[in-house]
Design a binder for this molecule. Structure first.
Ligand code: PLP
Length: 370
């Protein structure tokens, strides 16, 4: 029992028979990809679940983000956060845009609206904030700034599937929101992603950009790529979506056990949902402040010795990546730097046994109270 491995996450899967029943018709149709029946059904199911009118599905969240940046025809500078996964910044850079990093807020690690405006200049075209750990950005303040300066807002909502504010889905803020349906996310299609958006005209553009820019059999208008979700991934999504509310309810029990056990340990900062927010319990981030009896790295190693695998997520800051060396100055985003140096995401999954949560919390409690 002592060396049973606890991984940082565990992918949600439907019962095998349910998936087999979902894909069985594909053996009759032999239609495996290119916006088939499963693709169309998942689009409809997700529109209903997310409460949006417009959605486009993709091979993964990253391609979805690249595609929407391209389809919007953006040029110039994009204000974004360095406290994110590689994908957010890489998508901006790979589309020929220039990332400009603004700092994050202390409380929820999302882009600080008060740090955005001073960075806007004539070349700024968009803001790409991230709903970090499913914590919703200050969407009203960001929208306000964007409208005043005629900027597009594209959310990286990869962590925010199912999150709502006063009943309104995270998918409905800004001009567009990208979701990731990667195996490790709250809702998965094995690999997959989507963009939800406001302007109905974007739909056709996104469909073309994800399919080589093909408009018709003899008409290719854009130098598009290939980012179409296939039928097997769509079928996985159809099944997983039926169970996602149960999965989130189970995650809630795990999260509440963590919070109950860790709250009150001096120097341990937890990330609780803000008032009015329906959370998805996607991650269990813990920040070990300097007054804590232990450090992030010490906890990381102590857990690893016991075959418990946590993750320094997000560390390092994107602005400190080797591939961006010399281009950015991370000391200009001190809050992001502070958090990246001290944060650890603990194992979190719908079926994580509470005994395992207790074992993890015992380790932290012991180290912190020496
Ligand atoms: C997972 C993730 C992505 C990328 O999604 P993929 O589906 O893996 O391409 C982008 N941004 C953030 C914040 C993520 O966590």
């Amino acid at each position: 029992m002592a060396d049973k491995r606890i991984l940082v996450t565990r992918s949600s899967m439907p019962p095998l028979e349910e998936y087999v029943a979902e894909i069985a018709p594909l053996w009759e149709s032999h239609w495996l990809t290119n916006m088939g029946v499963k693709h169309q059904q998942l689009e409809a199911d997700l529109k209903r679940y997310l409460g949006v009118d417009e959605i486009a599905l993709f091979t993964n969240g990253h391609n979805a983000l690249e595609c929407v940046l391209e389809a919007m025809g953006l040029r110039g500078k994009v204000i974004t956060t360095p406290f994110t996964f590689a994908s957010t910044t890489h998508a901006i850079v790979r589309k020929g845009l220039e990332p400009v990093f603004a700092d994050v807020r202390e409380g929820d690690y999302t882009l600080d609206p008060e740090k955005i405006e001073e960075l806007i200049d004539d070349e700024t075209c968009a803001i790409v904030p991230v709903h970090v750990y499913g914590n919703l950005c200050d969407v009203d303040a960001i929208w306000d700034i964007a409208k005043r300066h005629h900027l597009k807002v594209i959310y990286d909502a990869a962590h925010a599937f199912g999150v709502r504010r006063e009943g309104v889905s995270a998918a409905s803020f800004g001009d567009a929101s990208m979701f990731s349906f990667h195996a490790t996310k709250v809702f998965n299609t094995i690999e997959g992603g989507a963009v939800c958006f406001r302007d109905a005209n974007l739909k056709k553009l996104l469909e073309q950009w994800k399919n080589f820019g093909i408009m018709g059999p003899e008409d290719v208008e854009y130098v598009g790529g290939n980012a179409k979700m296939n039928e097997f991934c769509a079928a996985m999504g159809i099944c997983n979506l039926r169970h996602v509310d149960d999965e989130i309810a189970k995650r809630r029990i795990v999260a509440e056990r963590y919070w109950e056990r860790l709250e009150g340990i001096p120097g341990v900062r937890l990330s609780r949902p803000a008032p009015g927010i329906t959370p998805n319990y996607a991650y269990m981030p813990v920040v070990f402040e300097d007054e804590c009896g232990t450090t992030r790295d010490e906890v990381f190693l102590a857990l690893r010795e016991r075959s418990i695998f946590s993750r320094k997520y997000f560390y390092p800051l994107v602005s400190d990546y080797a591939c961006y060396r010399g281009r950015f100055d991370s000391s200009k985003t001190p809050v992001a730097q502070h958090v990246a140096d001290r944060v650890l995401t603990l194992p979190m999954a719908a079926d994580l046994p509470l005994d395992d949560v207790d074992r993890i919390c015992d380790v932290i409690d012991e180290l912190a109270s020496r």
